[in-house]
Design a binder for this molecule. Structure first.
Ligand SMILES: [Cu+2]
Length: 309
């Protein structure tokens, strides 16, 4: 985790959840070239200089619950990193990430805390990036103040004024392509009174990827703007990889019978709503859209998680 000084806790509560990763939507996209402003290169242009096996974030990598009853200051750094990594066995993709993982690191703070947020852009990048964080009550969620070119770094300071589980994402003008390439994550602002104690927590992110090549074709899969416009992805994944949370990759998210589990779920989209469904079970308490200041709804079989929530 990139934020060692952060503390934790959460919002969606379920027991015995089994999650499916890597659902497939069959589509073959025929690509027409698109012209974009010079400042924003086409996302299907080659750019990666860094190779990684996978960007899949470990779903158990959740900052610890917050136990203090006073405000503190956090110094948090997120780095925009463009990397080529495996999307599925034998297929790579030019991901755009926060700190090299999808979803980006989960950030956990408490209502009333202040944050110095530094947004860096790796020198090896060739796109502009910024960060729109929905815990920031300001124009563009701070995206103007954090606009960075490759090699640049910008810092903004904000106060966490209201509780909730919020998405953060890149918000440059072609933000849908950047989000589809992996640039989204979650910040949890715990309420003053904290959250109920649980035995275990997980963090998942769903999003979809639009490629010119059909699903599963070996080699580099390149980005397809037209397929994104048609909302016809070839890949719909949890944590940035087909079957990423299975024994073949990171391993399954393991919990024991009788444990109380809280699940944090962020949907980057950019187009598809997630039907977040616990196989053979229900979410015993659920806070739609991470709105934890409200009473939960109870015994929910399927919760819609729209893009950007
Ligand atoms: Cu970006």
């Amino acid at each position: 985790m990139g934020q060692p000084d952060l503390n934790r806790r959460g919002f969606m509560l379920g027991t015995g959840a089994v999650l499916l990763a890597g659902a497939i939507l069959p589509t073959i996209a025929d690509a027409k070239e698109k012209s974009l402003p010079e400042a924003h290169p086409r996302e299907d242009e080659a750019f990666a200089t860094v190779k990684k096996h996978t960007v899949a974030a470990n779903p158990a990598d959740v900052p610890p619950p917050i136990k203090r009853a006073y405000a503190i200051h956090h110094d948090i750094e997120l780095e925009a990193r463009q990397v080529e990594a495996e999307l599925s066995d034998g297929t790579t993709f030019h991901f755009m990430t926060w700190n090299g993982q999808v979803p980006g690191p989960m950030i956990r703070v408490r209502q009333g805390d202040t944050v110095s947020l530094t947004i860096k852009s790796s020198k090896s990048n060739n796109r502009p990036h910024n960060l729109d964080m929905h815990a920031i009550y300001a124009t563009g969620g701070g995206s103007t103040a954090t606009f960075v070119l490759p090699g640049q770094s910008k810092t903004e300071k904000f106060k966490c004024m209201y509780p909730g589980a919020f998405i953060y994402h890149c918000a440059v003008p072609n933000m849908d392509a950047h989000i589809s390439s992996g640039m989204f994550g979650m910040i949890l602002v715990e309420p003053y009174e904290g959250l109920q104690q649980v035995d275990r927590e997980f963090y998942f992110g769903q999003h979809e990827i639009y490629t010119k090549q059909p699903f599963g074709k070996n080699g580099l899969a390149t980005f397809d703007y037209d397929a994104m416009t048609r909302e016809e992805p070839n890949y719909v994944v949890f944590n940035g990889a087909v079957n990423g949370i299975t024994s073949d990759w990171l391993g399954p998210a393991v919990a024991h019978v009788g444990e109380k589990i809280r699940v944090f779920m962020v949907c980057g989209g950019p187009n598809l709503t997630s039907s977040f469904h616990a196989i053979g079970n229900v979410w015993s308490r659920c806070w739609p859209q991470g709105a934890i200041a409200n009473e939960p709804i109870k015994y929910v079989q399927t919760q819609s998680v729209p893009p950007g929530s």
